[in-house]
Design a protein around this ligand. Structure first.
Ligand SMILES: Nc1nc2c(c(=O)[nH]1)N[C@H]1C(S)=C(S)[C@@H](COP(=O)(O)OP(=O)(O)OC[C@H]3O[C@@H](n4cnc5c(=O)[nH]c(N)nc54)[C@H](O)[C@@H]3O)O[C@H]1N2
Ligand SMILES: Nc1nc2c(c(=O)[nH]1)N[C@H]1C(S)=C(S)[C@@H](COP(=O)(O)OP(=O)(O)OC[C@H]3O[C@@H](n4cnc5c(=O)[nH]c(N)nc54)[C@H](O)[C@@H]3O)O[C@H]1N2
Ligand SMILES: [Mo]
Length: 669
């Protein structure tokens, strides 16, 4: 079997290395092939094989008992996006199953962009959901600013890499703010501005300072579209009694020379239009909410807000995808929630510790929470305290090893589905490329069977089979010819160059936003009232911790989706996994090329090989996320999981995760 680009996707809707890797994953020798029941301690590999009947009966009985004893909210839904799509969506299906069979507690927010999502509604009102832009509009940009976005590796939409490379070819200026010289910097940029992790808000304020000092801001135009710019400007200029956010001030914080900040601000102002594309990385830091308020302020101040080839400064994927039916999670009213970042706290602390529910069981599908959540030691302790845990996965992940029953899930190649993109005005049709295998079952199938065993009959399935649901979804979609869609595999909606909130941007009086002022609320009293976090965006970075002088990044890598293929002891695992470190930091610690080191902070220790490299700022180290931990007898990690070092204290009002700019140190080992 071979995976290829679909020609119907044209030259831009392209598969990536991870998609091509599905064949390998499907045929991997270490794929789970039978249900497993735990016999040893949690976290060990002591499981015995079981029949489907035995495993499913056990789940039905145990879930029933726990709900009867402790109520429905004692079951925590720990589903994630291992499989997405209109039907075979692990997150939706797990919620639907748990909701139909008696209820559960679910997670709110996300590891991805919780801080941005928390703050954008205050800026845009409900229109935040249409504040993005289609990738094709990149061709109208004269300057593209990738602020903590590594598009060639993390894409942020399947069309983005190709569009970016085309822009480079036609001579657009491409500026990248990133502490690392990424492949995007190397292959697609014209200007790299390395900036200390977690300090982007300061760099943004200083950029605004230059624009204001140089008289480059059309104040009337900004005031027509934004509320609070006057107050923000006074604070940036130091006219409100605080410190002025000058380039010299920011240089001390960000490590970007003041003259470079001035050059950047002037070039940004001169380029029309300029498209600022923020990555999610810049909000996965302490006070990450502030960065997204300031990217919006910058696009407004430079006159690039809501114009073709510009952007609003919001997340690029804030645009609707084409209308199509999707599975309904059937969430009941009054359902209890815990913040994603704090699921281990919720389990460990219970109601006396502030959790809305006492959790006794967890149901995991399509996620590897023990490895991917912050603070691995805490996550392990949380699982160890559960009465019962279930996991569906294709592989025997660290999370599966902490469950009682593990069910082998079918691979994406065995499932027919409608693919809904991360960003883009298109849909994909995905036939089942292979018949269902002999041993694994789809999540859909498993839940249908379980719901039956538990006496809920068609409550879960809705009385339809999987292919019927696909046809139902298509029948209620905007796809004019479903048969043609199934044949070509791609539906392109008519408008491929949408510009978010363009109506408002061009005529704000006629098309006001749904905010209290009808404008973009750069300063938001409502935000302060509801969240208790200041109305005015500002630099709220942390003091550095002298014990841990290095700042750790935990970015994605091009060839992996999170922890998939992250088992270093398997043939599928990545060939190398190293801590990237600047020569000056390595030399100071006596670490040579390829030397081994201990990476540590108060939460954990990781043993890892070091790659000494000029492609990272001094004072910053980087360890790709996703590798599975392998704890030794001292509880130190020999695998290389980034979340040994991250913590469950959140960004700000929304308590969103912090996975960059983690205080650590490194010693030779
Ligand atoms: N290949 C691949 N692509 C993916 C994923 C994957 O698993 N693999 N996951 C997808 C998902 S779920 C998500 S949420 C997105 C996430 O997308 P992002 O959050 O944007 O991805 P990251 O890799 O965390 O960070 C992007 C870049 O920001 C830099 N960076 C880190 N911290 C800072 C900072 O404080 N300031 C600045 N200026 N730069 C910083 C990193 O060095 C990195 O090069 O990616 C998606 N794309
Ligand atoms: N340190 C650090 N940690 C991070 C991040 C970071 O940048 N740094 N990024 C965070 C982000 S943005 C995210 S979104 C999370 C992602 O974290 P997770 O949601 O846990 O993502 P994955 O590791 O991809 O886990 C998906 C699992 O689903 C399985 N799977 C795939 N297809 C199917 C299927 O059809 N059915 C079933 N049942 N299982 C399937 C895969 O084998 C895999 O084990 O990680 C977060 N964790
Ligand atoms: Mo994510």
């Amino acid at each position: 079997m071979k995976i290829m680009h679909n020609p119907a996707g044209g030259r831009t809707i392209r598969a990536c290395r991870r998609g091509f890797g599905l064949v390998q994953a499907h045929y991997a020798p270490d794929r789970l092939s039978t249900p497993l029941i735990r016999i040893g301690p949690r976290g060990s590999t002591s499981f015995r094989e079981a029949t489907w009947d035995e495993a499913l009966d056990m789940i039905a009985t145990r879930l029933g008992d726990i709900r009867a004893r402790h109520g429905p909210s004692s079951v925590l839904c720990l589903a994630s996006a291992g499989s997405t799509g209109a039907l075979h969506n692990t997150d939706t299906l797990t919620k639907r199953f748990l909701n139909v069979t008696g209820g559960c507690t679910t997670l709110t927010g996300s590891y991805s962009n919780g801080a941005a999502r928390a703050v954008l509604p205050y800026l845009f009102g409900p229109q935040w959901k249409s504040s993005g832009f289609d990738a094709a509009t990149i061709r109208s940009a004269e300057m593209i600013i990738l602020w903590g976005a590594n598009l060639l590796d993390t894409r942020l939409g399947s069309e983005m890499p190709q569009r970016l490379l085309e822009a480079k070819k036609r001579g657009a200026a491409i500026v990248v703010m990133d502490p690392r010289r990424t492949s995007t910097v190397a292959q697609a940029s014209t200007w790299w501005i390395p900036c200390r992790p977690g300090t982007d808000a300061a760099l943004m304020l200083a950029t605004l300072n230059v624009l204001l000092e140089d008289g480059l801001v059309d104040r009337a135009s900004v005031d027509a579209r934004a509320a609070g710019f006057e107050r923000l400007a006074r604070s940036v200029l130091g006219e409100d009694g605080g410190l002025a956010c000058t380039p010299a001030w920011a240089e001390q914080i960000c490590g970007v020379p003041a003259a470079e900040i001035v050059r950047f601000a002037r070039a940004y102002s001169a380029a029309r239009p300029a498209m600022l594309i923020p990555g999610f990385s810049i909000q996965r830091v302490q006070a990450g909410e502030e960065t997204y308020r300031l990217t919006v302020a910058l696009q407004l101040a430079t006159g690039n807000f809501g114009v073709r080839g510009g952007s609003t400064g919001s997340m690029n994927n804030c645009l609707p995808t084409p209308r199509v039916g999707t599975m309904d999670p059937l969430a009941p009213s009054g359902q209890l929630h815990v913040p994603t970042l704090n699921w281990p706290d919720a389990i460990l602390r219970g109601m006396s510790g502030g959790s809305p529910a006492v959790i006794h069981a967890a149901y995991v599908a399509g996620g590897n929470y023990v490895n991917q959540g912050a603070d691995v030691h805490k996550s392990i302790a949380a699982f160890n305290s559960l009465d019962f845990a279930v996991c569906h996965d294709m592989f025997f992940t660290p999370t599966a090893r902490h469950c009682d029953v593990v069910l082998p899930a079918a691979s994406p190649l065995e499932k027919e589905d409608i693919g809904i993109p991360w960003l883009g005005n298109y849909l994909l049709y995905k036939p089942a490329a292979l018949p269902p295998g002999r041993s694994a079952r789809t999540d859909w199938d498993i839940f249908c069977d379980l719901a039956d065993r538990m006496g809920f009959g068609p409550g879960f399935s809705g009385g339809r089979g999987a292919p019927e649901w696909i046809d139902t979804f298509l029948a209620s979609s905007e796809v004019p010819d479903p048969e043609d869609f199934k044949r070509t595999g791609v539906y392109l909606a008519p408008d491929q160059e949408r510009v978010g909130v363009a109506d408002f941007a061009s005529d704000p009086a006629r098309h006001p936003l749904g905010t209290p002022s009808g404008k973009v609320e750069l300063v938001s009293e409502q935000y302060e009232r509801v969240t208790g976090f200041p109305a005015l965006p500002a630099w709220r970075g942390e003091k550095r911790d002298a014990r841990y002088p290095l700042s750790l990044l935990t970015p994605k890598r091009a060839e992996m989706t999170h922890s998939q293929n992250g088992d270093r002891s398997s043939s599928l695992g990545p060939p190398s996994h190293e801590l990237q470190m600047h020569p000056s930091d390595a030399a100071r610690r006596g670490i040579g090329r390829g030397g081994k080191a201990r990476l540590f902070n108060e939460r954990g220790v990781v043993h890892v090989r070091v790659r000494v490299s000029e492609d990272i700022m001094p004072g910053v180290v980087s360890l790709h996320e996703g590798i599975w931990f392998e704890l030794d007898e001292k509880g130190e990690d020999r695998g290389g999981s980034a979340n040994m070092l991250t913590g469950t204290r959140g960004t700000g009002p929304e308590s969103s995760c912090i996975m960059h700019a983690i205080a650590v140190d490194v010693a030779r080992s």
